[in-house]
Each structure stands twice: as C-alpha cells, then as structure tokens.
Design a protein around this ligand. Structure first.
Ligand SMILES: Cc1cc2nc3c(=O)[nH]c(=O)nc-3n(C[C@H](O)[C@H](O)[C@H](O)COP(=O)(O)OP(=O)(O)OC[C@H]3O[C@@H](n4cnc5c(N)ncnc54)[C@H](O)[C@@H]3O)c2cc1C
Length: 423
C-alpha cells in the first residue's frame, strides 16, 4: 500500500474514526474541524453493533465511564402497551449491550483518541473548490494556508465527513434519493422525568408522530418526531412547540409531569437522504455526508462509523483503486437502502400489526412454533447484527408482509394499518 496524503473535513465521529484508522496505517492525515458545537447533539443511543468498532478504536472503556448501560429497547405501541426486547434475546455473536451516550463527550473521546495517536487537527471551516478539471476538487488557498502547508500543496485525497452539511455533495450538486417522510425532530434534555430502569431507549408511537426517551446519566433526552404541519398548533417558537407538545400528549405528559427542561430545544429537519455518488477523482464521502436515514432505530452512528471503517479498508488494503472505490460506493448505498426498508416497517404500521397479531396468536400451535424464532431474528436485526444476512432480510419481509396475510388476518391487518400507521 502506498502512503497517501489525505485531508478529512469534519471532526465528528466518522471523521475522527477514519483519521485513527488511516494514521495507524501510516498515511499523512489531517482533520479540519470546528470546535464550536451546539449545546446538545442528537445521536445519543447506540446499537450493540457499534461496540466492536469502539473496541477497535480503543475507546470503549472511556465511553462506558460516562454513559448509561443500555441492555435493550422498549417500544410503546400506545400509552398502555409496552414491549421490551433485551438485546440478549438475539442470542447472536455480538455482545448484547450498547450505551446511551452524552454526544458531546462521545465525540470528544474519539477526537482525543485520534490526537493521542498523532493525528494532526486544524480548527478551521474548510473550504473546498472545483478545479475546472472534471470531478477534481481542491482545498481553497485560505484553507491550505491555514494548514501551514501540511500537505506540501494539495492533499492527494479529500474525504468529506461534514455530516448533514454535505459540503462536497452540495458543491457538486450530486443528485440524491430522499425518503417519503418529511418529519422534523425537536429535542432537549430534561431532569426529573420518570426514571427508566433498566436504561433502555424508549420509543413511543404517539397520536402524532413518535418520540424517544433516552436515559443519560442525570438527564433524559426526550425527542419528538412529527410532521411539521402539526407544529403551529403548539406555539410559535420551537421552545413553545416542544413544551406544549409534551403537555398535550397523554403519554409524554404523564412521563414528564415533574420534569424540568435543562437545555434549549434543538430542531432537526432534513430526513432520509442517500447520495447517488460517493466518490470522484480525488474525493470520497463518508458518514452522514454520504447519506443518512430516519433515526427511529438509532442506526446513525453505527452506519457513520461503519462507513469510516469500510473506507479505511478501501484505502489501507485496496489502495483506493477504481475497483475499490466502486465497491465502497456500492456497499454504502446497499446498506442504507437495506436499513431504509427496515425503517419503513415502523412508519407503515406493519411492525405494530405484527406485534398485535403476535399477541393474539401467541397461544396457537403456529404462534408457539414461530414466536421464539421471531424474537431471535428480529432482535438480531435491531441490534445491527443481522440485517446483512439474506435470511434475516427475507424473514423480516415475510413476517411483516405475507405472514400477516397468510394468517388470514386481512381484516385485522386492514384495520390495524389504518390505526397504526405513524401519522
Ligand atoms: C433527530 C435525529 C436523531 C438521531 N438519533 C440518533 C441515535 O439515537 N443514535 C445514533 O446512532 N444516531 C442518531 N442520529 C444520527 C447521528 O447523529 C449521525 O448519524 C452522526 O452524528 C453522523 O456522524 P458524522 O461524523 O458523519 O457527522 P457529524 O456528527 O454531523 O459530524 C460532522 C462534523 O463536521 C463538521 N463540519 C461541517 N462542515 C465543516 C467544514 N466545512 N469544515 C470543518 N468541519 C466541518 C461539523 O461541525 C461536525 O462536527 C440521529 C440523527 C437525527 C437527525
């Protein structure tokens, strides 16, 4: 493998993880980053499949020291119907736990690890320009000057890890595939909300949209995901909208009755987007900069880190040949599309219908036969372990599709889809 000079733009988890892996392999790598970040950042609940990557980066112990231990996930179908899945029910190969992480600290941990391994950082809003040659990019002069000629001119490669800013994709106007949902998320940290024990993430299907409750040490992160057309009913500012929504919704009102909001409310829009291209002549996209999905199953950091690991492999082991880049792009797109189908089962109501149908049929011979298998395989999908195996994907499609129909529950299903689809 030939050592390369590589500029990574963006010092979030994907940028810093990639920098660590490239530095270890002997590349000349620098990260251009922005120190100033919002008071709170989404992306606080991890899935178990992240853990092997935290171990490989050498940061798990530090992350564990300030996070809550997350043994599973709980879904509330309505205000009285909760179903809890411990990750151990997957009986898979990966460790059956994850963490709920204060994001600012989590990002800092990976950043500091990269620094301790000798990665060079420049605190600078990086500017990228077209060169006039087709598809070739360069760092603007002011950015090169800021880096004190670290790259001896231009870097050989520029990697965009700027998250949803999508610096290169916007510069080149790369077409994107967007999802059907146009939701927004409002979120804040609360103290005094109802305690969650054990520290599972709680997902609530609400009358309008859905919400998350993520137990962090001393605080609970509460986010509501909703179609923006509903928001004006709750007030003019995002603070009013958030506070009033919590009061107006039966479930959230009960769970946050004694809570105090400790932070500003932060709003995220711009959901579900996959770039049509992930690389060009001297540039590559990874993490959210290449694509992101609706956050319902907490896959963001998993996919962002996995993208960084995949790209590191393409650089370190496959020398970024055209074939390696093509393969990288194909795998990134495929993975996002596979997860998108999993996400769809939440919004189209099929996952909830399956749960209801399962409850109804649990005591029949067929129910007894399939239930343990279903628990095992669905858990493996949501831990992030098994979504890649063909069997798991087909199984999910079967149980949220033909199985419901096969059980001759069209009538129930039709009623449920109408009732249970997330509005
Ligand atoms: C509502 C919502 C809820 C979510 N919940 C979860 C969850 O529970 N679990 C989960 O795993 N994921 C979740 N995610 C997704 C997760 O936050 C992202 O997938 C993750 O942050 C992506 O990491 P990244 O490194 O690619 O990008 P980012 O974390 O966005 O980092 C990009 C960095 O680039 C910097 N930057 C941008 N432009 C420049 C520039 N020109 N020069 C220098 N630096 C620049 C930014 O300051 C930033 O630090 C959620 C997302 C949303 C929207």
């Amino acid at each position: 493998m030939k050592s390369k000079s590589i500029a990574i733009i963006g010092g979030g988890p994907s940028g810093c993880a990639l920098a660590i892996l490239l530095k270890r392999a002997g590349h000349k790598v620098a990260v251009l980053y922005l120190e100033k970040r919002p008071e709170i950042i989404v992306g606080e609940s991890l899935v178990p499949a992240v853990i092997p990557m935290l171990k490989a980066l050498g940061v798990e112990d530090e992350v564990k020291s300030y996070s809550t231990f997350k043994p599973g996930a709980s879904v509330w179908l309505s205000k009285d119907e909760e179903t809890t899945s411990p990750f151990s029910a997957g009986q898979g190969k990966i460790d059956p736990y994850a963490y709920n992480v204060p994001r600012i600290k989590f990002d800092k941990t990976i950043f500091n690890k990269a620094k301790s391994e000798g990665v060079v950082f420049f605190e600078h809003l990086a500017k990228i320009e077209k060169t006039g040659n087709s598809d070739e990019l360069k760092l603007a002069n002011e950015t090169i000057e800021f880096c004190k000629d670290f790259f001896n001119g231009q870097p050989e490669w520029i990697v965009d890890c700027t998250g949803r800013t999508r610096t290169i994709a916007r510069l080149l106007d790369i077409p994107v595939k967007t999802g059907k949902r146009k939701d927004v998320a409002l979120f804040a940290h609360l103290s005094g909300a109802e305690k969650i024990d054990p520290c599972n993430i709680h997902l609530h299907r609400l009358h309008k949209g859905w919400s998350w409750r993520i137990p962090l040490p001393e605080r609970t992160s509460v986010g509501v995901v909703i179609n923006p057309s509903h928001l004006p009913e709750y007030g003019k500012t995002i603070e009013e909208q958030y506070d009033n929504y919590l009061k107006a919704d039966d479930t959230l009102c009960r769970l946050t009755a004694n809570a105090k909001r400790e932070t500003n409310v932060v709003k995220y829009s711009n959901y579900q987007l996959i770039s049509e291209r992930f690389y060009g002549k001297n540039w590559v996209l990874t993490g959210d900069a290449g694509g992101f999905l609706d956050p319902i199953f907490s896959t963001g950091l998993f996919l962002a880190l996995k993208g960084a690991f995949r790209l590191a492999k393409a650089i370190n082991e496959e020398d970024l040949t055209p074939a390696a880049l093509k393969k990288y792009e194909k795998e990134q797109k495929w993975e996002l599309q596979v997860w998108q189908r999993v996400v769809d089962t939440w919004y189209n109501g099929r996952l909830f219908t399956l749960f209801r149908v399962g409850q109804d049929r649990m005591h029949t011979p067929f129910g007894k036969f399939i239930a343990p298998h279903m628990v095992k395989y669905l858990t493996r999908i949501f831990t992030g372990e098994a979504v890649y195996t063909r069997y798991s994907r087909y199984f999910l499609r079967f149980v949220t599709g033909s199985l419901i129909d096969l059980m001759k529950l069209e009538r129930l299903h039709n009623r449920d889809v109408k009732d249970l689809q997330v509005n």
